[in-house]
Design a protein around this ligand. Structure first.
Ligand code: ATP
Ligand SMILES: O=c1ccn([C@@H]2O[C@H](COP(=O)(O)O)[C@@H](O)[C@H]2O)c(=O)[nH]1
Length: 319
């Protein structure tokens, strides 16, 4: 547009021809205002290069039709530009509020905080309701692991008075989608540090995490590489029945038919690629999770044994 105003004879003509054929007459008139020796002069037009015109801008200012198209083009352009900007703003806002990630440093490290020699991490994955938490509770008492559930940590943070992430977490959990990894990885790292300092525990079962490839990569790069992933395989119908049952007493905002459906979708589309990637690295221990809790647990113990993970031996010493 600015080019058109600087060089009206050239560019506005081109614009008018290409976009507004009905202004062709005007366009021609405008072109004719160019001084030329090979045509008839118009009234008031200078006869030569040294003679001033008898009145200024006569061809443009006399007819309103010669100005309006430019005004129209400018207004339409401005209107469309503003609409595009507003639409884009809308798209970004629809993704929900982003956390103040500058306060969350864990995922910015380029090397792990701990080595897998000193700190053992077993990820526990499986669909919603596959029985991860139930099996973890059993493993804690027999193997001495510290159990950290990513979902529990997020719910705690959600309910912590003054948390800047509370509202955001609530929305993600209700929708069955994955909270931005900066928040979850930082919560896990904090909980691991606390456990090591307080209980001296350095063997962790990390339940319900990583649920997305970016989390998996960030955690292994900046916190500690995992030993392997314990994966509980269970059909959706079985998991749905368990979750609806649990929903009668759990008080969880996502144990209802609508949220469960969304959580299943997220599991298939977002979390299964994590299992597939670890599988490709030979780092998945798969357990069928349809039978009762004790039968499933027997299978878990047998599979862990194959991986060299043994229960804690309690030795009774006679005094
Ligand atoms: N093997 C099983 N057979 C029958 N019911 C089970 C079994 N394992 C767990 N449950 C029950 O199913 C429900 C879900 O179990 P659990 O909380 O352990 O699953 P989860 O995988 O941790 O779920 P989520 O990912 O939603 O936290 C609970 O009510 C639990 O008592
Ligand atoms: O890494 C994670 C783990 C969990 N979430 C969110 O929490 C809910 C509940 O998780 P449970 O493991 O079933 O307790 C899950 O649906 C996600 O919305 C997460 O964002 N990131």
């Amino acid at each position: 547009m600015s080019a058109a105003l600087k060089h009206p004879r050239i560019s506005t003509q081109a614009v008018l021809r290409s976009n507004y054929p009905r202004y062709a007459v005007f366009s021609r008139q405008f072109t004719l205002s160019t001084p030329s020796s090979s045509r008839h002069r118009r009234p008031g037009e200078p006869s030569g290069p040294n003679e001033p015109p008898s009145h200024t801008a006569s061809t443009v200012s006399k007819s309103p039709f010669k100005v309006w198209p430019f005004v129209l083009i400018f207004a339409t352009g401005t209107f469309l530009f503003k609409r595009i900007v507003d639409q884009r703003k809308g798209q970004y806002q629809a993704k929900g509020p982003m956390p103040a990630i500058e306060n969350l440093g864990a995922t910015t490290r380029s090397s792990p905080l701990w080595s897998s020699e000193n700190v053992t991490v077993i990820f526990v994955l499986g669909g919603p309701g596959a029985g991860k938490g139930t099996q973890c509770a059993k493993l804690v008492s027999d193997y001495g692991f510290k159990h950290l559930s990513a979902g529990d940590l997020l719910r705690e943070e959600q309910d912590r008075p003054g948390s800047e992430f509370g509202e955001m977490i609530k929305t993600y959990i209700k929708e069955g989608t994955i909270v931005p990894m900066e928040v979850t990885v930082q919560l896990l790292e904090n909980a691991m540090k606390a456990s090591m300092e307080k209980d001296g525990k350095n063997m962790f079962l990390i339940d319900g995490f990583p649920r997305k490839l970016d989390q998996a990569h960030a955690f292994e790069r900046s916190v500690v590489p995992s030993k392997f992933t314990l994966f509980f395989d269970c059909p959706e119908e079985v998991m749905q029945e368990r979750l609806l049952n649990r929903g009668k007493t759990s008080g969880r905002a996502d144990d209802n038919a609508e949220s469960i459906k969304k959580r299943f979708k997220t599991f298939i589309e977002t979390s299964m690629p994590v299992v597939d990637e670890f599988e490709g690295q030979g780092k998945v221990v798969k357990v069928e999770a349809v039978k009762g809790p004790d039968e499933v647990y027997e299978d878990v113990k047998a599979k862990l044994k194959q991986r060299g993970v043994e229960p804690i031996k309690i030795t009774f010493v006679q005094t």
